[in-house]
Design a protein around this ligand. Structure first.
Ligand code: HEM
Length: 485
């Protein structure tokens, strides 16, 4: 059989791929048409569940080059020597829309980076914003429901959106970013990325310092106006996907310079902000950006489904030398991502090529399950301890966790209600230029006007608390919009 022969999925040659087998020229189809059945049943199963959030996205391969030796602070090898190069895969996405939705929707953008390190996969699953809407993972499903469709009308719903936001004022910082022009970036190449949470750099004694990731675009920040974004949503809903693919295809490789903000435990104890609260930033004047590397995207995926759709990023993918902090949101995410991957891709999602670590095959005693397609451990022992060989633990300190004391009583400890949630959004508002302020107000009014009056009033109260001018301008805009309705 020639290598160009069309075959069924079990390798038999296909004699005719154009005409089904029928009983006579005008008769019904035959169950004996095994090629038809093979083809159509596979087609019937082509779709897998889309990501419950961040369903629309684009990805690319690349390389991370370490530009600063961080080995005094972390035992992570990919940060251990200047010039060290590590392969990466990234995926950028919108959050709330379905997999066919417009790339230019007002939404945070996902900014997920995977390093295929010599000690396993390390993922930073961040956004293009340094903060988030909520700070407790128990709120996440409710929050996301308000960003999706109304359960009855199946429409996006301004009441749901603003009702939740106005009842959860810790969201104000992220809402201010979202409704600024940063809420509609001009494609994926022209935006910064952030790990958002506080993480830990851990040395080989298990000692740690806190850090945050910043990825600053070398293409320059470019945003779309609301009008430009809306127009593109109609004319080219895949604008950002196309822009990324075409840039890499023409060898105009996008890159980001990678920085860290670093803080020790003593500084964290004295910090004005709770460093585990992902609705807050660390002021860069006090905690400057330290350059640690550069990431460049230089290869498009060969196959979208195999690579971009099946990649399973997870904040739980940590390597020795990097640990999660006790940020509650991050702690919740450590569980949620592998859980959703088991649902979306099956229990052996880490055997899908894009997810397989490049150091060596995972060496453990997990066996069987749906789609155990990588040899399943062959004839090696499937238990440990064992007298018959097989992989064993390293006993190295700090390999999987940092050493930190925790105290206190078990409880549902809420954050104290203070003015804290209004200070950083107010500072951000005051930093904006006149034009940026004008866009922010217009973007908020354009959306909030569709919510019920009592919701509008509650939300205006929050804007006022951040900055009286901010609130008054939104209120005036809403009044003018109501007069024109
Ligand atoms: C995707 C849960 C907060 C960034 C996802 C997915 C889930 C999820 C279930 C789908 C994953 C998949 O099917 O592959 C949560 C929960 C959160 C949370 C429970 C809070 C408790 C955040 C935050 C950020 C973030 C704070 C950014 C700082 C992302 C990104 C993706 C994603 C970038 C897409 C990853 C990809 O490209 O495949 N999230 N998320 N999420 N999330 Fe979150």
């Amino acid at each position: 059989m020639s290598p160009s022969t069309l075959t069924t999925s079990t390798g038999q040659p296909v004699d005719n791929n154009q005409t089904s087998l029928t009983a006579g020229p005008d008769g019904p189809l035959l169950l004996a048409d095994t090629h038809f059945i093979d083809k159509i049943t596979h087609f019937d199963r082509e779709r897998i569940p889309e990501r419950v959030v961040h369903a629309k996205g684009a990805g690319a391969h690349g390389v991370f080059e370490c530009t600063r030796d961080m080995s005094d602070l972390t035992r992570a090898g990919f940060l251990g020597s200047v010039g060290k190069r590590t392969p990466i895969f990234t995926r950028f996405s919108t959050v709330g829309g379905e997999s066919g939705s417009a790339d230019t929707a007002r939404d945070p953008r996902g900014f997920a980076v995977r390093w295929y390190t010599e000690e396993g996969n390390y993922d930073c699953v961040g956004n293009n914003t340094p903060v988030f809407f909520i700070r407790d993972p128990l709120k996440f499903p409710d929050f996301i429901h308000t960003q999706k469709r109304n359960p009855q009308t199946h429409l996006k719903d301004a009441d749901m959106f603003w009702d939740f936001i106005s009842l959860v004022p810790e969201s104000l910082h992220q809402v201010t970013i979202l409704f600024s022009d940063r809420g509609t970036p001009d494609g994926y190449r022209h935006m910064h990325g952030y790990g958002s949470h506080t993480f830990k750099l851990v040395d080989d004694k298990g000692r740690f310092k806190y850090f945050k990731w910043h990825f600053r675009t070398n293409q320059g920040v470019k945003n779309l106006t609301a009008q430009g974004a809306n127009q593109l949503a109609g004319e080219n809903p895949d604008y950002a996907t196309q822009d990324l693919f075409n840039a890499i295809d023409r060898q105009d490789f996008p890159s980001w310079t990678c920085y860290m903000q670093i803080m020790d435990e003593a500084q964290a104890a004295k910090c004005r902000w709770n460093i585990f609260d992902v609705t807050k930033v660390w002021p860069q004047k006090e905690y400057p950006l330290i350059e640690v590397g550069k990431m460049t995207l230089d290869r498009n995926p060969d196959n979208y489904f195999a690579e971009v759709e099946q990649v399973a990023f997870s904040p739980a993918n940590l390597v020795p030398g990097i640990d999660a902090s006790y940020d509650r949101m991050l702690q919740g995410r450590l569980f949620s991502y592998p859980d959703t991957h088991r649902h979306r891709l099956g229990p052996n999602f880490n055997q899908i090529p894009i997810n397989v670590p490049r150091n060596h095959l995972p060496a453990n005693h997990q066996r069987d399950g749906l789609m155990a397609v990588r040899g399943n451990g062959g004839s090696a022992p499937n238990y440990e301890p064992s007298s018959f060989g097989g992989p064993v633990q390293t006993n190295e300190l700090g390999v999987t966790y940092s050493i930190q004391a925790v105290t206190g009583t078990v409880g549902r400890h809420t954050y104290p209600l203070t003015d804290d949630d209004f200070v950083q959004p107010g500072n951000l508002y005051r930093l904006l230029s006149d034009e940026q302020k004008q866009h922010l107000i217009a973007n908020i009014v354009g959306h909030l006007k569709d919510a019920k009056k009592f919701i509008q009033e509650r939300q205006v109260g929050h804007f006022k608390r951040a900055d009286p001018e901010y609130g008054s301008r939104v209120a005036a805009g809403l009044k003018a919009a109501a007069a024109n309705m």
